[in-house]
Ligand binder design. Structure first.
Ligand code: SAM
Length: 225
């Protein structure tokens, strides 16, 4: 999958997209990231990208011209599925991430300041939010979206099973996990996990997943019903 990212701060992506699992997916050719600095497309003398909002009010709004020129250069025929990261967008869920993971190419538009001129948003295919809170820019939401959807792309995770038992995959939170040693500072791993009895282990995990969800996120259990 090719992902074009339109941003005023391409340097913010370096650490995240070129480390760990994203880096491996990139090296394997599963994911290709192309960063575009919107400022490079500004036609104003001082390379401005934002201006005062019509009607007054606090903050600055990202101007349409640099964004449209960038889109013309990067996706002239509108072949990519275009997503703007906005707080008013569809909230990111596993289902949405899975749906987006099936696209051949994505284009992500990151807002900044007070937001993006509505005319630039009108040529997007979708708006996505990462939750009901406001961040200073769309860069972190774009990185969250990329990380989340890439887990559904075959070959990105080391083991194809890794995404199956995760929190939310069955509408529940995950069961508690342990690794060696079996006892650490007086805290013991539950006996059942050392028993080698896979049926009992499965049963314990299911019960613990239900218990964790009941304790921490009873709203998820309501949805499951
Ligand atoms: N004035 C906007 C509003 O009230 O909805 C908030 C603008 S925010 C300060 C600047 C940019 O950060 C937005 O254009 C968007 O790209 C990004 N952003 C902030 N919170 C976000 C969220 N929860 N999900 C996705 N993008 C977000």
């Amino acid at each position: 999958m090719k992902i074009d990212i339109l941003t005023l701060f391409p340097e913010m992506f370096e650490g995240v997209l070129y480390s760990s699992i994203m880096k491996r997916a990139n090296e394997k050719g599963i994911l290709e990231f192309v960063l575009h600095n919107i400022r490079d497309y500004s036609e104003s003398k001082h390379k401005n990208t934002d201006d005062y909002p019509f009607g007054g009010g606090a903050g600055m709004v990202m101007m349409p011209q640099p964004i449209f020129s960038c889109l013309d250069a990067v996706d002239k025929d509108h072949t990519a599925y275009r997503i703007a990261l906005t707080p008013r967008g569809d909230v990111l869920t596993p289902d949405l991430a899975k749906e987006l993971s099936q696209k051949d190419s994505l284009l992500l538009l990151c807002g900044h300041y007070e937001g993006i001129d509505e005319r630039a948003l009108s040529v997007m295919d979708r708006e996505v939010s990462i939750g009901d809170y406001v961040l200073t820019g769309g860069e972190l939401p774009a990185m969250v979206l990329i990380d989340c959807l890439s887990r559904f792309i075959y070959g990105v995770l080391g083991s194809e099973d890794s995404n199956k038992d995760e929190s939310f995959s069955y509408g529940l939170l995950e069961y508690p996990q342990y690794t060696r040693p079996a006892e650490f500072r007086g805290m013991k791993v539950p006996d059942v996990l050392l028993s080698g009895n896979h049926a009992n282990i499965e049963k314990w995990r299911r019960n613990m997943a239900l218990e964790e969800t009941r304790k921490r996120r009873p709203d998820l259990l309501e949805k499951l019903k």
